[in-house]
Design a protein around this ligand. Structure first.
Ligand code: COA
Length: 167
């Protein structure tokens, strides 16, 4: 049986920190499913289709990665993919409380699901999608933090949308 893991998130947008976690997961699992959430009550900067497309481009050279989307409970999606493993990145202590809450809640929802935490490369430990959006929105360059497909999309987005929306 191939070992499959699901790496869920908003990926609004994906950063090199996320790609680092995907690559590390591939060292452990035969297949990694990157699962982009369709948030029912969060308005992302990028549509679900845009987030999925950017991730597909960014991971095109990585074997055994599938980019998918989901809505509803994560534990149900994980089961539907014939696995019980969730991957999450843990960047700093500040991530821990939220992640612990999610693990314990997911466990209450389905006791067979396990979450594995991976630490990204140190220099990605302060990276977040919100910071990257702020940098590009404020006129900075994000090429050190996101793949080219994401940086282009950010510049395109902000050149047509300078409405000052909040993320
Ligand atoms: N590198 C860089 N940034 C990272 C990162 C990494 N390795 N890992 C996380 N992040 C950042 C993201 O960029 C994001 O930053 P932002 O807040 O600035 O946008 C932040 O950490 C959190 O992002 P993400 O990993 O996408 O988590 P999330 O909180 O948006 O999504 C889900 C979490 C999708 C797993 C969760 O909401 C879920 O399971 N939803 C389904 C409904 C459900 O089952 N609910 C019950 C759960 S208990």
């Amino acid at each position: 049986m191939p070992k499959i893991a699901v790496y869920p998130g908003s990926f609004d947008p994906a950063t090199y920190g996320h790609l680092d976690i995907i690559k590390r997961s591939l060292e452990i699992f035969d297949k990694v499913i990157v699962a982009v959430i369709r948030h029912p009550h969060k308005e992302p900067l990028f549509t679900l289709q845009e987030r999925v497309k950017m991730l597909k481009v960014a991971t095109k050279d990585l074997k055994n990665v599938k980019v998918d989307s989901f809505e509803g409970l994560l534990v149900n999606y994980v089961k539907s993919q014939k696995t019980n493993i969730i991957i999450r990145g843990l960047r700093a202590i500040s991530d821990f409380e939220y992640e612990l809450q999610m693990v314990l809640m997911n466990r209450r929802l389905n006791n067979s699901i396990e979450t594995i935490f991976l630490m990204p490369e140190e220099h990605y430990s302060y990276l977040s999608s919100s910071l990257v959006k702020e940098i590009v929105f404020s006129g900075g360059k994000a090429s050190k933090f996101v793949p080219p497909v994401v940086e282009e999309a950010l510049h395109r987005k902000f050149s047509v949308d300078k409405s000052g929306r909040s993320w």
